[in-house]
Design a protein around this ligand. Structure first.
Ligand code: GDP
Ligand code: IMO
Ligand code: MG
Length: 477
């Protein structure tokens, strides 16, 4: 295996795509935050102005971080390729908070002209201020059974779509939109008051409604385009289309660890339904995984460092609490809980959307195989390998023991079975990975090779830091 240090893009979208696949879904293979934003931005930098980058699901629960020109940006709704030349599209399968979209657009420097190449689907569902309230109130009443939602109103917005009463982007041009808004708000208020016994705090909706209406005005100034038309047109003309996944395969509403999931189809199958295109356009995906694992919110995490202690800590504590108690956590501590804290610190694993502590643990091969299969992820991007610098040894979970039996299959309900992960241990290189340049140390190569062999997929590049050029790319034949 030859790795080469490279700053410019060696692998063009044309090369990463096989003949049978015409759209490139970029899908997180874990619980989100794998580095999709950076991956998309990197591939997008090689696209032309005819090519297209689309979001096909999710809303501003996503937080995609990219470094551009030495500055850090977090995108929640706008596709991460906005700094390139390609067209960008907010697809039909998304839920869009209008005020959040307007604010996010204003964070992009004026010199980056993007509004003329950005379109939004009329089918995308609008997130209302009352959706956000419903999300937080319903989470609150769940108590210990809460999901750990981002509180952005995602689940209530998708619920209204399925209840067939949602307001969509296309509705805002109709003269009766305000009436429809008032009717839905009334239904939400009734649920809040009658089901959740919610007590209003003054006119608490007024600020968020002001932002909502300013956002609606902003969307009215955008170009609306049907996802299926725009994507099929680009594909038929031989242009490249990148589908930027949000969240990760293990948060898929059906195939994730239900109910600890988001409310959309995060897997590559969601590309077809989220854009209204034939599945034949979606042949294979690029899967992104971290060199370890993280999870924000509740739900099973078999390889979590520190197990339940970590889960409760991350649920109940905030960043300053952790900084105060563990100013210098030891990655080589005998206490796995402390190791998990060190991993969080080294990887800066703080939620990009909510600022929560991300739970940390080791790579889990059974779950990765499950995710790779569902997505036909034929090529992989491995991110954050540099973060393992500082550990003397790291682990990969190769199998589970469930009821005394060794298996690499993922059970239907991870929370109902007692899983004991079986680990393989790997020695770690000395010093910072970044300092090795293109010549990755043998310890890093053996870690990468083991992943490639066990997962049966090639890793097309390895992330060695957060910035655009922090990449070691594999020469392609
Ligand atoms: P996304 O939601 O999948 O786009 O990922 P996030 O942006 O939520 O989280 C990934 C974090 O890791 C961001 O802060 C990125 O800047 C950072 N990141 C991405 N790739 C690398 C890498 O290879 N090394 C390091 N150290 N950081 C990375
Ligand atoms: P990106 O795109 C990590 C998690 C939440 C919660 C569950 C449900 O940045 O990878 P929701 O608000 O969707 O109802 O929350 O899903 N979650 C994410 N975790 N990265 C994300 O997005 C996430 N989006 C949602 O923490 O556990
Ligand atoms: Mg994220």
């Amino acid at each position: 295996m030859i790795f080469s240090w490279s700053v410019q893009l060696l692998i063009t979208p044309r090369q990463v795509m096989s003949k049978k696949s015409k759209i490139i879904p970029i899908i997180g293979l874990q619980w989100g935050d794998e580095g999709k934003g950076k991956g998309v931005a990197r591939i997008a930098s090689g696209l032309s102005s005819q090519d297209l980058i689309v979001r096909f699901q999710g809303g501003n629960n996503a937080g995609h971080t990219i470094w551009h020109d030495g500055k850090c940006y977090v995108f929640h709704l706008i596709p991460s390729g906005v700094f390139g030349r390609a067209q960008i599209h907010l697809g039909a399968g998304m839920v869009v908070n209008p005020g959040a979209l307007r604010e996010e657009a204003s964070t992009i420097p004026k010199k980056v002209k993007f509004l003329h190449r950005m379109t939004i689907s009329p089918h995308a569902v609008l997130t209302l201020p009352t959706h956000i309230l419903l999300d937080s109130v319903s989470e609150h009443t769940k108590g210990q059974r809460r999901i750990g939602s981002t509180g952005k109103g995602i689940s209530p917005s998708y619920t209204d779509l399925v209840l067939r009463r949602a307001l969509r982007v296309g509705d805002i041009y109709n003269p009766d939109f305000k009436k429809k808004y008032a009717a839905l708000k009334k239904e939400h208020k009734e649920t809040l008051e009658k089901v959740f016994k919610y007590k209003w705090k003054g006119n608490e909706l007024s600020r968020s409604e002001k932002k909502f209406w300013a956002g609606i005005k902003f969307i009215q100034s955008l170009q609306v385009a049907d996802s299926s038309e725009i994507v099929e047109r680009a594909l038929n003309a031989g242009e490249k289309v990148i589908a930027e996944g949000a969240q990760g395969a293990l948060l898929d509403v059906r195939f994730g660890h239900y109910p600890f999931v988001t409310s959309s189809h995060t897997i590559a199958g969601g590309v077809a339904t989220g854009l209204g295109i034939s599945p034949h356009w979606v042949g294979e995906a690029i899967g992104i995984l971290k060199a370890y694992a993280t999870k924000v919110g509740e739900g099973p995490f078999p390889t979590e460092l520190g197990g339940i202690r970590s889960r409760v800590w991350c649920r109940d504590k905030k960043v300053p609490d952790e900084k105060e108690k563990f100013s210098n956590p030891n990655p080589n501590s005998r206490d796995e809980f402390e190791q998990g804290i060190a991993l969080r610190k080294l990887g800066n694993e703080i939620g990009a959307t909510t600022g929560r502590l991300r739970r940390t643990g080791w790579v889990d091969i059974p779950l990765l195989k499950y995710a790779i299969n569902m997505n036909n992820a034929s090529k992989l991007i491995l991110t954050k390998l540099d973060v393992l610098s500082g550990f003397k040894k790291v682990k990969i979970c190769t199998h589970y023991t469930i009821n005394g039996k060794k298996t690499d299959r993922v059970p239907f309900d991870l929370s109902r079975v007692k899983i004991k992960p079986i680990y393989k241990t790997f020695p770690v290189w000395k010093g910072r990975l970044f300092d090795y340049g293109s010549k990755l140390p043998p310890q890093a190569l053996s870690y990468i090779k083991f992943l490639e062999k066990t997962l049966g997929r090639k890793i097309i590049y390895v992330g060695t830091g957060p910035e655009e050029h922090h990449v070691v790319e594999r020469y392609w034949k």
